[in-house]
Design a protein around this ligand. Structure first.
Ligand SMILES: N[C@@H](CCC(=O)N[C@@H](CS)C(=O)NCC(=O)O)C(=O)O
Length: 212
C-alpha cells in the first residue's frame, strides 16, 4: 500500500486529494511540523529537504521501494503511474504542466513566504511582507485571469494542476489573501471543494493534527 508522510498543510493535502481522486488505498502518517518532526533524523533520511509531503511506493522502483518528495513531482508520478488526472499528450498536457510549474515556482512560494512573514516570523519585516504579500496577490490575480477563460486551470478537464493550486487556495487565509477580487478563482474553488474525493482528502489530512 502507498504511504504518505504529511501534516495538515497546503502542500500535504494535495497528495491525499490525488489519491482519493484515483481511488487508491493509502496510509497517511503524521509528521508534526509544529513540533519540528520534519527535522528528525528518520524523516531527513526520507527527505533531505526536511519538508512534507513524502510518498513511499513500496514497489515503485522495479519492485523495490521508491521514496518521492516534492508535491508537484508526486502528483505527476501518481498521474502517470495510474493514467489519470494528466492529459497524455499535446496542448492540454502542456497547459497542465504550465500551471503546475507556475504553481510550484510562483504561487506556492509566494503564498508560503507571505504567510511566514505575516504570521510566523519572530520579528517584523515590512519589506518582506510587502514583497511576498504582493506576490501572493499578484499570482492570485494571474490565476483569476486564467480561470476567466477555462473551467479548470488547464482547460476543460480537472487535472493535477487543479489539485496543486487548490492546496494553497485551501489555506489562503494563512497567506493573507481572499477572493474579493478573484471571482473566477472563487467559482473554481467552490466547485473543486465539492468534489467527493476532495472532501475525503481534506478530511483525512485534517485528522492528522489529532493523531500527531
Ligand atoms: N516544494 C515543496 C514544499 C514543501 C513544504 O514547504 N512543506 C511545508 C509544509 S506545507 C513544510 O514541510 N514545512 C516545514 C518546514 O519548512 O520546516 C513541495 O511542494 O512539496
Amino acid at each position: 500500500m502507498l504511504i504518505v508522510h504529511a501534516f495538515a498543510t497546503p502542500n500535504s493535502v494535495k497528495v491525499p486529494i490525488a489519491l482519493e481522486e484515483l481511488g487508491l488505498d493509502y496510509r497517511l502518517l503524521p509528521v508534526n511540523i509544529r513540533k519540528g518532526e520534519q527535522k528528525y533524523e528518520a524523516f531527513i533520511a526520507l527527505n533531505a529537504n526536511a519538508k512534507v509531503p513524502v510518498l513511499i511506493d513500496p514497489l515503485g522502483d522495479n519492485g523495490q521501494p521508491m521514496v518521492l518528495t516534492e508535491s508537484a513531482a508526486i502528483l505527476v508520478y501518481l498521474a502517470e503511474r495510474y493514467g489519470r488526472l494528466l492529459p497524455s499528450e499535446g496542448v492540454t498536457r502542456a497547459r497542465a504542466f504550465e500551471q503546475l510549474f507556475f504553481h510550484a515556482s510562483g504561487l506556492s512560494p509566494a503564498f508560503g513566504q507571505s504567510g511566514y512573514f505575516q504570521k510566523l516570523a519572530n520579528e517584523p519585516n515590512p519589506a518582506a511582507i510587502a514583497r511576498f504579500h504582493g506576490e501572493a496577490k499578484r499570482t492570485l490575480a494571474v490565476l483569476d485571469g486564467v480561470l476567466a477563460d477555462t473551467t479548470y486551470v488547464a482547460g476543460d478537464e480537472f487535472s493535477i494542476a487543479d489539485i496543486a493550486h487548490f492546496g494553497w487556495l485551501w489555506r489562503k487565509e494563512f497567506a493573507g489573501v481572499d477572493f474579493a477580487d478573484s471571482p473566477n478563482v472563487e467559482r473554481w474553488f467552490n466547485a473543486v471543494s465539492q468534489r467527493p474525493a476532495v472532501l475525503r482528502g481534506i478530511e483525512r489530512t485534517n485528522a492528522l493534527t489529532s493523531q500527531a
